[in-house]
Design a protein around this ligand. Structure first.
Ligand code: PLP
Length: 388
């Protein structure tokens, strides 16, 4: 079964080199000179919290996304919280969210006292299944949060159709798909509010924490701006109970210099992903494909029932992999009191138990991709896959 000539080939030197899951130092080397120079300016002007560098970053992000308003904040989680708060969502309201996502998608909903209502995801893309979501709508449903997971758009046509029919607010969790497009428009600008994360490992990553809220709606934007800065309309006038969710000046500098390179870095990710797709074709594992118009490959997640065995095999070959995310939301210990577990989210369960994230990062070489492919082929050729 699964015979493969390369399985018999002796290991070469390149074959023994460790392949990390990510290497952010490669990005740093490219921006280092300009960023350190600009850091001097931040210190000289004491522009540490919000300030001119953050303002410039907001303007550049608004232009990049083609949106009217962009408010830089201190994390993606804060962005999601502000989106819910600015929209006036609160106790008694329900918000539709996918069961397969990073947990922070739910935090914003919970922070305002609303109820996250989980929906299963599409088997092929891992993004929210609009039909499943339709079945969970009640008179209390106020909003839906599609997550563009791994860098691929959710089916925004289906989401928008559902939203229009039931007057739902659409908040995009675009922590993982910055730069991806839907019908020519940037993701994050398709719904009423878009939320971004600049956590270091994201496609656009800060040197620490960061996030952003974008919207074309003047009222929502103003509310986000006030809430993220202590509820201030002007200095020391607090018109409502707010938060301290401002972005640091130093983070804005890092992000501005990376933003200029983002499209180049994304095309590199796309070409590495294509190399994986070609190299892994024909094997008995599910290889991710572009199903919804675009994909910026935040993660390259293959699926196999032999996930744990394959992961161990790659680990022994000095290839680092990741799990995103091994426990779906409905099985998280913090939600046990809600009795959400059960068989209601079969595709979410499959993504959690079968998904394996392969290394894919800006600066990764083709030789590294080829080595990962070779080791996966070896795994299937050697029968490690058959003995279990
Ligand atoms: C990273 C991430 C977040 C949270 O962003 P932070 O900046 O880490 O707070 C939210 N949703 C998704 C899907 C993410 O991947």
């Amino acid at each position: 079964m699964f015979t493969n000539q390369s399985a018999e080939r002796p290991a070469t030197t390149a074959d023994n080199k460790r392949v990390p899951f990510n290497d952010l130092a490669i990005q740093w080397r490219e921006i280092r000179d300009e960023v350190t120079r600009e850091f001097e300016e931040v210190f000289a002007r004491s522009a540490f919290s919000s300030g001119p560098f953050v303002k410039s970053f907001e303007n550049e992000m608004a232009a990049y996304l083609g949106t009217k308003h962009a408010v830089a904040v201190n994390s993606g989680t804060s962005a999601l919280h502000l989106a819910m708060a600015a929209a006036g969502i609160g106790p008694g309201d329900e918000v539709l969210v996918p069961a397969h996502t990073f947990i922070a998608t739910l935090w914003g909903v919970l922070y305002v006292g609303a109820t996250p209502v989980l929906c299963d995801v599409d088997d092929a893309t891992g993004t929210i299944d609009a039909d499943a979501a339709a079945g969970r709508i009640t008179p209390r449903t106020k909003a839906i949060i599609p997550v563009h997971i791994y860098g691929q758009p959710a089916d925004m046509e289906a989401v928008n159709k559902l939203a229009v029919r039931h007057s739902l607010l659409v908040v995009e969790d675009n922590a993982q798909a910055i730069g991806a497009r839907w019908n020519g428009k940037a993701l994050g600008t398709i719904g009423q509010i878009g939320c971004f994360s600049f956590y270091p490992g994201k496609n656009l990553g800060a040197a620490g924490e960061g996030g952003l809220v974008c919207t074309d709606d003047d009222t929502l934007a103003e509310r986000v701006r006030v809430l993220h800065n202590h509820g201030q309309s002007e200095r020391y006038t607090h018109i409502e109970i707010g938060f301290n969710y401002r972005m640091d000046g130093l983070q804005a500098v890092v992000l501005r210099h990376k933003l200029r390179r983002l499209d180049d870095w994304t095309s590199r990710r796309k070409s590495l992903a294509q190399r994986y797709q070609a190299g892994l074709s024909g094997l008995p594992l599910k290889v991710p494909a572009v199903q919804n118009q675009d994909h910026v490959w935040h993660l390259f997640v293959v699926r196999t029932p032999l996930r744990d065995e394959l992961r161990t095999h790659l680990q022994q070959a000095d290839i680092e992999t990741g799990l995103h995310y091994p426990i779906p939301c409905h099985r998280q210990p913090c939600f046990q009191h809600l009795a959400l577990a059960g068989d209601a989210y079969p595709h979410s369960d499959l993504w959690a138990s079968e998904g394996l994230s392969l290394p894919l990062f800006y600066g990764m070489t083709e030789a590294q991709v080829d080595r990962v492919v070779r080791e996966i082929r070896r795994f299937y050729a050697r029968g490690e896959a058959i003995s279990v």
